[in-house]
Design a protein around this ligand. Structure first.
Ligand code: HGY
Ligand code: MN
Ligand code: MN
Length: 590
């Protein structure tokens, strides 16, 4: 029997409790307490009210809740003693059809996990798409998490319990996150394109103007054409640009600009950037299907290059819109010695058209970007969406330290000019210095000893610096301290260095109006608003230089990990993201 929210809001206490029975395994006390928050304006408001009951409960109540759950493929399943909900979940994910080896491995993991933590391993086996994880994915997650810390596993199991409850609520109310499911599938389809050397290992890497990158542009262009855009083109740097006209866009109508990037880091996640492309495409499709024309048009841009992986020219795609494409970038070479100019020619991009990419800010009302959070905040708060208050400023450098290569066996430790130890001393200073101020970060993501030998003291080392902070002054002081220390270390160790700045982008506070549009859009869903800084850089911080902007964050699974294949988000959260974006469009573009 399908439930309706109005029935739940109007039912007696006893009937309402009966309606929500079984949402949390053998723990109906949670729904009972949450019902005091009635009336719920949305399913997500009901879901969040129940997660708050748990987060406010005692440690003992939390442990009792976890211990009320069955093991995966455990005794309860074998003895057919699972609740109907758990039986459905374990069946859908194929746990009832384990091979001998799988069964033995899960049995061993169950014993080890229970021994370590004192409650069963809990995983929402219906997964982020709601259709079920594979046994291989379940076992891989189990093997990864059995090595976790007690506190993390307690919190992660509670998050999994809440995800299980979310899916059970969807089933009870016969609710399907239809647009979220489709959006989730769009990401899967685009992730089929990956660069050589990564695709074979089932890893996602799409760097600027590779064949995989060109295929992504083609697919995004096709999707825009199929979604009702009035015009779609690929510009001279590879951005895919779709325009959906407003009622008077044919004259000098204004547009809302939105978008994100489709390139990825090496072995990255499927949602970084792409979520900010697919969400507005889906919104335009829904507007087009309903024949809705707003006062202002919508311009969706899939930026071609944000990550700076193949070439250090980070934010190339969005920079071109500001007229900031640096011609020197064309001479940059990738690891195979291919220049950016050659790569552009191979991709049939006409560099003479780059200047015309520059936008006239007067034609736009503003810029918004949706992005997966890429951090743990929303995941730990149990909140699907967050509104960005500011994007941290960022500086990047490539550094080369040159010392004296010498015999590793005969050169006394006090006579060395070791390039690698010099860089390592800087790394430890940098880690300590950045840790001394909240929200400051500093990272060496790449370090090579070119032509190094096991028995030669490193004479040369090349490494990257990525330095960020919420405020420009804070970042500048952090950069200055690190670069001064580089100088001191090299003088002390008798080595020399060269340094090239590859990125300097200022902190980008959200424009109050656009931050307000997002806050209103999220509130209208029945969600609480959480505003937060962005530690990650985004195209929005470049467009910030010419337009008022603000961003919406979507919760990541797996502690919000990103720039990692474990990056994940649910189709339920994607649904909410589409609904929030539609709310923003309908309040800002009318
Ligand atoms: O590095 C960043 O912050 C972004 O993901 N490019
Ligand atoms: Mn990224
Ligand atoms: Mn990104």
């Amino acid at each position: 029997m399908t439930l309706h929210l109005t029935d739940l809001n109007q039912a007696s206490e006893a009937d309402a409790q009966a309606m929500l029975s079984g949402i949390y395994e053998h723990s109906d006390w949670i729904a009972k307490e949450a019902l005091s928050q009635r009336p719920f304006i949305s399913l997500v408001a009901l879901k969040f009210a129940m997660t708050e009951v748990i987060s406010k409960s005692s440690q003992e109540q939390k442990l009792t809740l976890l211990r009320a759950h069955p093991e995966l493929a455990g005794k309860a399943m074998i003895n057919n003693a699972l609740t109907s909900e758990s039986k459905n979940e374990q069946t859908q994910s194929g746990l009832t059809h384990c091979s001998e080896e799988e069964f033995a491995l899960i049995h061993k993991l169950n014993a080890e996990y229970k021994e370590r933590f004192g409650w069963p391993f809990i995983l929402a086996v219906r997964g982020p798409r709601g259709t079920g994880l594979t046994r291989k994915q379940i076992i891989a997650t189990f093997e990864r998490r059995v090595r976790g810390t007690t506190q993390f596993e307690l919190e992660e199991c509670l998050r999994q319990v809440n995800r299980i409850a979310e899916i059970r609520i969807n089933d009870k109310f016969n609710y399907t996150p239809t647009l979220g499911n489709e959006l989730w599938d769009w990401h899967e389809a685009l992730a089929a394109h990956s660069d050589p050397g990564f695709k074979e290992n089932d890893q996602l890497t799409v760097t600027y103007l590779t064949q995989a990158h060109i295929a992504c542009a083609r697919d995004i262009k096709q999707l825009m054409n199929n979604s009702g855009f009035d015009s779609v083109h690929i510009d001279a740097v590879g951005n895919v640009v779709g325009r959906y006209l407003g009622r008077n866009s044919d004259s000098n109508g204004m547009f809302l600009m939105t978008g994100s990037h489709y390139d990825t880091v090496r072995n990255g996640g499927k949602y970084d950037g792409r979520l900010g492309i697919f969400t507005p495409i889906m919104c335009v499709r829904e507007l087009s299907r309903s024949g809705t024309r707003l006062k202002h048009g919508i311009e969706v841009i899939a930026f071609a290059e944000e990550e700076g992986q193949r070439y250090p020219a980070t934010f190339l795609g969005s920079a071109a819109l500001l007229g900031g494409f640096n011609p020197d970038w064309l001479t940059q070479s990738d690891n195979d010695g291919i220049t950016m100019l050659d790569a552009m020619k191979s991709a049939n991009l006409d560099i003479s058209g780059i200047a015309s990419i520059k936008r006239d800010p007067k034609q736009y009302i503003g810029f918004v970007e949706v992005h997966i959070e890429q951090g743990p905040v929303l995941n730990e708060l149990g909140m699907p969406l967050g509104v960005v208050s500011s994007i941290n400023g960022s500086s990047r450098y490539l550094v080369e330290i040159t010392g004296t290569p010498a015999h590793a066996g005969t050169t006394p430790m006090d006579r060395r000019h070791d390039a690698l130890c010099s860089a390592s001393e800087l790394a430890l200073f940098m880690e300590k210095r950045a840790s001394s101020e909240e929200h400051c970060v500093a990272t060496i993501g790449q370090m090579q000893v070119p032509n190094g030998s096991i028995n030669v003291i490193p004479g040369k080392v090349k490494f990257s610096l990525d330095i960020r902070a919420p405020l420009n002054g804070q970042k500048d002081r952090l950069v200055q301290d690190i670069l001064e220390q580089l100088e001191n270390i090299c003088n002390k160790r008798g080595v020399r260095y060269s340094i090239q700045e590859t990125l300097r982008v200022s902190a980008a506070p959200s424009h109050p109006d656009w931050q307000g549009y997002w806050e209103t859009a999220v509130t209208a869903l029945g969600l609480k608003v959480h505003t937060m800084p962005s530690g990650a850089g985004h195209d929005a911080m470049k467009i910030h230089e010419i337009l008022p902007q603000a961003m919406l964050f979507v919760r990541g699974e797996n502690s919000g990990i990103s720039h990692n294949a474990l990056e994940s988000t649910t189709s339920d959260d994607m649904q909410l993201c589409v609904e929030a974006f539609m709310n923003l469009i309908l309040s800002s573009c009318v």
